[in-house]
Design a protein around this ligand. Structure first.
Ligand SMILES: [Zn+2]
Length: 195
């Protein structure tokens, strides 16, 4: 599977607008490790995981608690188009994230999306729609965490397999995304970014 033409243009625009930024590892608080939620895509997960592991290279004991399945963070928003009717996929993944917190004492959650993603392309999502869902996932996680008085920090990363073969991981700057999408209001007033 190759990146679509529209996603190529979207990635280029998001890079120019500063929404997709080069990852600056030291700004991500991984003192206790990270719960990483990523799509299981067999062609991309190795690169996603390897890059994330490199962000913890300063640790003597890297701690990456990996969750995801098909679509990864896209499974979290209520009414996400990748959710199948009659199932509790979103609630099950959210439950596992909070359970991981309880089991491992990790407070940093890193949500990944990627392009090209078969799960996203299967329901005709372009990468702008994917990132909008990723932000909705972050908002839902933080709202549910607040309801149960959980301490949680959520960062959003994106992985791109470019048409020329390069694979790159980017940090998504929420403030730049809001400027890029002025009509977007995810109801999340908490500006306490992980970065
Ligand atoms: Zn995928």
């Amino acid at each position: 599977m190759h990146i679509s033409d529209i996603d190529k243009a979207i990635v280029e625009g998001l890079r120019q607008f500063g929404v997709l930024r080069d990852v600056d590892g030291h700004q991500l608080n991984q003192r206790d490790g990270a719960i990483v939620v990523a799509c299981s895509d067999g062609d991309q997960l190795h690169d996603i995981f390897a890059n994330h592991a490199a962000l913890q290279s300063a640790r003597q004991n890297p701690r990456i608690h990996l969750l995801g399945g098909h679509g990864g963070a896209l499974k979290i928003p209520e009414k996400s188009p990748i959710l199948k009717p009659g199932r509790t996929t979103d609630l099950d993944l959210i439950d596992e994230i909070f359970e991981a917190q309880d089991l491992k004492g990790i407070t940093t959650v890193v949500l990944y999306t990627h392009t090209p993603c078969g799960k996203a392309y299967g329901v005709d999502l372009n990468f702008l729609q994917v990132i909008a869902l990723q932000m909705a996932a972050k908002s839902r996680l933080k709202a549910l965490a607040a309801e149960s008085s959980r301490v949680i920090k959520v960062a959003c990363f994106a992985h791109v397999h470019h048409a020329d073969g390069r694979r790159r991981t980017y940090y998504i700057c929420k403030e730049a995304w809001k400027r890029f999408q002025p009509a977007e209001d995810d109801g999340d007033r908490d500006s306490a970014e992980v970065a």
